[in-house]
Design a protein around this ligand. Sequence first.
Ligand SMILES: O=C1O[C@H](COP(=O)(O)O)[C@@H](O)[C@H](O)[C@H]1O
Length: 252
Amino acid sequence: MSQPVIHKLETESHVADALATYIADLSAKFIAANGSFSVVLSGGTLIDTLRKLLEPPYIKSIDWSKWLIFFLDERVVPLDHPDSNYKLAYDGFLSKVPIPKSNIYPIKENLSPEEAADEYEQRLKQLVSNGTLKKSPTTGFAKLDLMLVGMGPDGHIASLFCWHFQRFEKKKWVTFITDSPKPPPPRITFTFPLINSADQIAMVVTGEDAADAVKVALGEHASFGYPLPVQKVKPEGKLTWFLDSEATSGLK
Ligand SMILES: O=C1O[C@H](COP(=O)(O)O)[C@@H](O)[C@H](O)[C@H]1O
């Protein structure tokens, strides 16, 4: 991994502006190179921080028809449930841009968490086999173009939490958890080997609640102690942080 790029911005609105420019540039670059742009969405506050993409110039300049949308983690609930990350993303972002429905990959409903994780992993593998997605020559996992990653105040990313074994998974692409410390308990999640096979990862972190975990991840003693899940984000491509002044308030 190259050295992370860290954007320390003043407000959440500045983060939203910088993130929109970054995503639009990557969209143009990947579509020119490969004819598509695979984007992985987190849930949580990230979805609202994407709002500037819904405005000019991006809403018209981005070739939305070439986007492929995946979910970094998902709560195992119906897709129209208030806890669903798909619903959050659909209501706040996906319903407002012309991405073809067939290019959006939500989890399958009415499956157990284990079945839903296996099914999502098989679908990703199928998309690699048929050439829709690239494969990392280093790890053999899918190589998604861009993962947009949020972080909880406890330093969790996706549904990979401290003190939960899913964070140590080495073989599976997608795994499940039935006792998530943050509700709802049943979820599926990309694993670290899949996450870290990405070409680009944007860590998008705003708000005072995140300050302690940001200090652990990026502060001067970042390499000491038991790592938070966020500290295991080390893509083979590039890592770019987008932070507001509240999230960086614990840094010197
Ligand atoms: O539960 C989840 O939490 C994280 C962080 O959410 P935030 O609201 O603190 O930004 C989110 O990235 C993840 O996708 C979601 O399922």
